[in-house]
Design a protein around this ligand. Structure first.
Ligand code: ADP
Ligand code: MG
Length: 371
């Protein structure tokens, strides 16, 4: 039997050790331990749409979460400040406002986006064209209220004299762009969301994260997996005007996906659907049976530009170009009223098959908006 005083001492020692362990666990949980659940979600608004980011991994204490939030905001704000046509001081707005034909200095990010846009324009034979802004405006999808009637042929012919990507000259070495017509304008709306996704992914990589899903206005990029060991899954929506329903789920692993569709951003005129995507070769909004085009590509910037380009080209020419370029693309075509048909290129069909080989579960990210 130990003497009575010794037991007291041991109990006190145990109590102190117990308290130290408790304090240690609390400090660990507060500063280092990842929050429970498969990932941590962040969200906000940018470029007239919403963004959602999900991050998994074991370095997600409050300090890391604050850093992630700040890095996302910085990356997206930077894109808006340089490229938005709604910010009068952005580089692109200042270029648009200038009537000079002299070379105009732009920052490397702007040059990067314009170079990718130029290449997709060339490959799509002008279906993708970032000088199309004045036509977008004339059809009522710009800053001004839509006109009560469609623009006349004479108005369109007049506007088209200052539209055409070939009239925009890029000099990569000098870091400049130049107009060939004083009233030429640049509008990167069809590629900026994808670029924003890539910049956010880059910012997360810079903080050491390798498991994330980034989405801006429906354009996505995924890397790694969730804390439960599952790969990220994204949804392709069924193109329907009223309700949002699921069409296909895709497991996205170290890849981006962008979708271009006419089922969200349009208005009706004389019973006809007027899309916000313009065919630069006719000056008119696209008018074919294609309801949506989803492109999977390593880069969200390229995926976004390709999705719009293939949407302009339509099901036949778009499919032929996707095959020629070896792109992973899923087309949804309108058939009978309310009905749809689908068409996948072989690389996309392989992605669908790989998804089906995994356990079917609900997607992590749907496509919340198209603009
Ligand atoms: P979607 O997701 O439907 O492709 P985006 O937001 O990517 O739509 O692009 C549509 C926007 O791009 C339009 O609102 C317009 O500003 C611009 N745009 C329209 N037609 C073209 C085109 N042919 N090439 C490039 N940009 C276009
Ligand atoms: Mg696009």
């Amino acid at each position: 039997m130990p003497p009575p005083g010794a037991l007291d001492n041991r109990a006190r020692r145990l109590l102190i050790i117990g308290m130290l362990v408790l304090v240690g666990v609390s400090v660990y949980r507060l500063y280092y331990a990842p929050p429970p659940g498969p990932y941590v979600g962040f969200s906000g608004a940018t470029m007239g749409t919403t963004w959602n980011v999900k991050v998994a991994g074991d370095d997600l204490g409050p300090g890391s979460l604050r850093k992630i939030g700040a890095a996302i905001d910085k990356a997206l704000d930077d894109v808006v400040e340089r490229m938005s046509t709604w910010e009068s001081h952005s580089e692109i707005s200042r270029f648009n406002a200038s009537a000079s034909l002299l070379p105009f200095k732009v920052s490397p990010p702007v040059l990067e986006v314009l170079s990718i846009a130029e290449e997709v324009s060339r490959e799509s034979d002008g279906a993708f064209d970032i000088t199309v802004g004045p036509l977008v405006e004339a059809w009522g999808f710009g800053k001004a209220e839509p006109a009560s009637s469609p623009p006349s042929d004479a108005t369109l012919a007049h506007i088209r004299s200052r539209v055409g990507y070939r009239g925009l000259r890029l000099d990569g070495e000098a870091g400049t762009i130049a107009k060939s017509n004083p009233r030429m304008e640049v509008d990167v709306s069809a590629i900026a969301k994808g670029y924003g996704v890539d910049r956010v992914a880059e910012a997360l990589e810079g903080l050491g994260h390798r498991d994330y899903l980034v989405e801006v206005g429906g354009e996505l990029r995924a890397r790694g997996m969730k804390n439960n060991g599952q790969v990220w899954r994204v949804a392709i929506e069924r193109p329907s005007d009223e309700i949002r329903t699921l069409h296909r789920v895709l497991a996205l692993r170290d890849a981006s996906m962008a979708t271009s569709g006419d089922y969200r951003n349009y208005y009706e005129s004389d019973g006809k659907r007027v899309s916000h995507t313009i065919d630069p070769r006719t000056g008119h909004p696209i008018d074919h049976t294609l309801a949506s085009v989803s492109v999977v590509h390593p880069s969200a910037t390229w995926a976004d530009a390709w999705a719009t380009a293939l949407n302009v080209l339509g099901p036949q020419a778009g499919y032929a170009l996707a095959i020629r370029e070896g792109l992973a693309v899923h087309f949804i075509l309108r058939s009978a009223p309310g009905g749809f048909e689908v068409l996948s290129t072989p690389p996309f069909a392989a992605l669908l098959a790989a998804t089906e080989a995994l356990d079917p579960t609900v997607p992590d990210e749907s496509q919340p908006s198209q603009e």
